[in-house]
Design a protein around this ligand. Structure first.
Ligand code: NAD
Length: 509
């Protein structure tokens, strides 16, 4: 282990089990065990020290093929024959195992992504447990319907059955690796599918840990597989593989479009959860303390690396100055530091390359005339810890990149408006439609705006709330299909219609 990482780990008393999990080459998880098919490794860089943490297998198309075959044979084998209540029991046991392993998993998530260990525990790990617990209950409720045919002659029995869609490829981004894995895993398993997961090449550790835990609690070999490697190789091979029945992708819009095209070439079922640039409307009737606090957590959670981050604020002219002042003081008071420090809220971004991208956006906001309020002044910071301080610009407009592009970092743009019609038109401009938020103490305003805003998720006097019962997904360039909620189940099930002609009876017998 490299020097700065060793001293970072010792400062924050990283458990020995975490160190032994990362201090080795990480392989794939295929057919019920970790396999090392290659010595070719991708370096994993720890975001706070910017040093090499470990290496992860640089997988190939052959690894994908092995994993898909393994998932297929589990589907037609023991897993496919398990009664729903047995599936439920296994999923609940996995949730329990994650709970027992919470300390290890939150450390892994923090050192892989750079994120706050407190958030890793309270959001990522807790969210994964809740998803598994919620979807475990669905295993026994996936009934079809019996219909009364209305246009058929004679006596018939007409009914539908729900069947697992088959082998699912889950392609996962780096910002919430464990939680987003659990979105796909919980529903796919509940429906009786088997799964091949492709974590981001930057953050594979929690998926590998979950695969080990699943084997430990008794999941049959091949039900949960993890193939590591680069997206254009592993993700692309999964989208193209004829043995994959469904692709559930979460990631950026350009990659999602490419994955969608490849998947449709072989007529796979498809869910695309893509990027966002979520607007926030603060009316003249908002409680500004409440609004400022929720806006700050909605845009700076996970250091801004959140798909539904409320990153462009439209505030009524009458309260504009006051809100900006509250946002400014709130942002300056956010604790900045290492991910493993439980007090930190703003932590290193996932990689130096991503940090450069965020600085490029900050540079463009300065250049395009947005008014700097607080945060990173220069287009390149001198800091060596991977952190970008929470940055706010005022007087932004839709022709600036800061108000158009997904930045995926701790950068907030603000603008003022005069009428609610203007605010909604401007909020609805742009290609994305993932989320939107409204702050107002007037119930009529909140209901009217929630109807007018074009987004899959609307938050009122809050931002970024998530619950396993609520479907999450976007419109337009933010993709289609849902994760979580009962609506997600449809994405992992096929409905078969069965017609039985009853012989020898007429309706008058
Ligand atoms: P990304 O699109 O670069 O990568 C996502 C996944 O796709 C990774 O596993 C990557 O290895 C893989 N991939 C890359 N190229 C591929 C290819 N050619 N074929 C198949 N797979 C490929 O996204 P990212 O940078 O990891 O994540 C950030 C993006 O994810 C942001 O745009 C964010 O908004 C989005 N996101 C969306 C949601 C949502 O629910 N809508 C949630 C989290 C993140």
């Amino acid at each position: 282990m490299e020097k700065r990482i060793a001293s970072y780990f010792s400062q924050f008393k990283v458990p020995a089990e975490v160190i032994s999990f990362v201090d080795r080459p990480v392989g794939h998880y295929i057919g019920g065990s970790e396999v090392h098919t290659t010595s070719d490794q991708i370096d994993l860089i720890e975001p706070f020290t910017c040093e090499r943490l470990t290496g992860v297998a640089n997988g190939t198309v052959a690894d994908v093929d092995l994993a898909v075959r393994s998932a297929r044979s589990a589907l037609t084998g023991e897993w496919g024959r398990l009664p729903p209540l047995e599936r439920q029991r296994l999923i609940l046991r996995l949730a329990d195992a994650i709970e027992t392993d919470a300390d290890v998993l939150s450390h892994l998530e923090s050192i892989d992504v750079g994120k706050s260990i407190s958030e890793a525990r309270s959001i990522d790990v807790a969210g994964a447990i809740a998803n598994l617990q919620y979807f475990a209950g669905w295993t026994s409720k996936l009934d079809g319907r019996t219909t009364k045919a209305v246009a058929l002659p004679g006596e018939t029995l007409t009914y539908t059955v729900k069947e697992p869609v088959g082998v699912v490829a889950a392609i996962i981004p780096w910002n919430f690796p464990l939680q987003i894995l659990s979105w796909k895993l919980a529903a796919a398993l509940a429906c009786g599918c088997t799964i091949v997961c492709k974590p981001s090449e930057q953050t594979p550790l929690s998926a590998m840990r979950v695969a080990h835990l699943a084997a430990m609690v008794g999941f049959p070999a091949g039900v949960i597989n993890v193939v590591n490697g680069f997206g254009h190789v592993i993700g692309q091979a999964l989208a193209a593989h004829k043995g994959v029945d469904k692709v559930s992708f979460t990631g950026s819009t350009p990659v999602g479009k490419a994955v969608g095209k490849t998947s449709l070439d072989s007529m796979k079922r498809l869910t695309l959860e893509l990027g966002g640039k979520s607007p926030v409307i603060v009316t003249g009737k908002a409680n500004l303390d409440r609004a400022a606090s929720a806006i700050l957590s909605g845009v700076f959670l996970n250091s801004g690396q959140v798909c539904d981050a409320g990153s462009r604020v439209y505030v009524h002219r009458s309260v504009h100055e006051e809100l900006v002042h509250k946002l400014w003081t709130g942002a300056e008071n956010l604790p900045v530091g290492a991910g493993l420090d439980p007090a930190s809220k703003i932590t290193p971004l996932v990689s130096p390359a991503h940090r450069n991208k965020v600085f490029d956006h900050i540079g463009s906001a300065h250049a395009e005339g947005a008014e700097f309020v607080t945060g990173e002044m220069d287009s390149e910071s001198q800091r060596s810890d991977g952190i970008v301080r929470p940055t706010i610009f005022d007087n932004c407009s839709e022709n600036m990149r800061i108000f158009r592009d997904e930045i995926f970092g701790p950068v907030l743009g603000v603008s003022h408006y005069d009428t609610l019609d203007e605010a909604t038109d401007r909020a609805n401009s742009g290609d994305f439609g993932l989320a939107a938020a409204v702050y107002s103490e007037n119930i009529d305003e909140t209901i009217m705006l929630s109807r007018r805003l074009k987004a899959g998720n609307i938050y009122i006097n809050a931002h970024g709330l998530l619950d396993p019962t609520m479907p999450f997904g976007g419109l337009g360039a933010s993709g289609f299909g849902k994760d979580m909620g009962a609506e997600q189940l449809d994405g992992f099930l096929s409905t078969k219609s069965i017609y039985v002609q009853v012989a020898g009876h007429s309706t008058t017998d």
